[in-house]
Ligand binder design. Structure first.
Ligand code: C5P
Length: 224
């Protein structure tokens, strides 16, 4: 039988990637990280020295873009563009700084949403992003809206950066960057970040990753 689709949306730094990946693993669903797709396009745009605001030039590279997502043996997502592994480079500050500009462009969204919908055709997908429950899979059987306060998200990002050996950036700068990305993602004209009316909101402040996953897994099992 066709397994239900799990749609997880929410702002930057709410823990969507970790939570969605773990839930997908526990529920035997295919993990679809749509943010990684917008990041991969952004990386290719920067690599091609196209100004990110140049919508016409960006749209021109879309038809030849060979974008693939695979899960490796450790259930980690790997992202390829033109056969080149971009899993790590799409997380750099340069890509993060421009991704919201690229993701606001209609041509980019329509190309990527089509690809995402093809992946979800047979059901059995755990997809995360900003517009999954509202646009990509409006009929998803379970929709979660994952949030955390800006302060909490800045603290988490700081811990991640410290782990990666990056200690130059202040908590306040991170807080501002996150608030700015929220503002851009929520105010754009097409498919802005928004909680679907039928989504279940989960505030993750003060909850561990495991607690959040348990909650989502329970919801998913309840609809089966
Ligand atoms: O989730 P992640 O931080 O990797 O997403 C990067 C960016 O991609 C977001 O800030 C947003 O601009 C864009 N995005 C989007 N729609 C999605 C997923 C991501 O616009 N479904």
């Amino acid at each position: 039988a066709r397994k239900p689709i799990l749609a997880i949306d929410g702002p930057a730094g709410a823990g969507k990637s970790t939570v969605t990946r773990l839930c997908a693993q526990r529920l035997g669903l295919l993990y679809l990280d749509t943010g990684a797709m917008y990041r991969a396009v952004t990386w290719q745009v920067l690599q091609s020295q196209i100004p990110p605001e140049d919508e016409v030039a960006v749209a021109q590279i879309l038809p030849t873009l060979d974008l693939k997502l695979c899960t490796d043996s450790q259930a980690q997502l790997r992202v390829y563009i033109q056969g080149c592994d971009v899993t790590e480079v799409i997380r750099t500050a340069a890509v993060t700084a421009h991704v919201s500009t690229i993701a606001a462009q209609p041509a980019v969204r329509s190309a990527l949403v089509k690809q995402q919908q093809r992946v979800g055709q047979g059901g059995g997908v755990a997809a995360e992003g900003r517009d999954i429950g509202t646009h990509v899979f409006p009929d998803a059987q379970l929709k979660i809206f994952l949030t955390a306060t800006v302060e909490e998200r800045a603290r988490r990002r700081m811990q991640d950066l410290i782990k990666q050996g990056e200690t130059q950036i202040s908590l306040e700068t991170l807080r501002q960057q996150i608030a700015e990305r929220d503002r851009k993602d929520s105010s754009r004209a097409i498919a802005p970040l928004m909680q679907a009316p039928d989504a279940i909101p989960i505030l993750t402040d003060g909850r561990s990753i495991d607690q959040v996953c348990d909650l989502i897994v329970q919801h998913y099992q309840a609809i089966n």
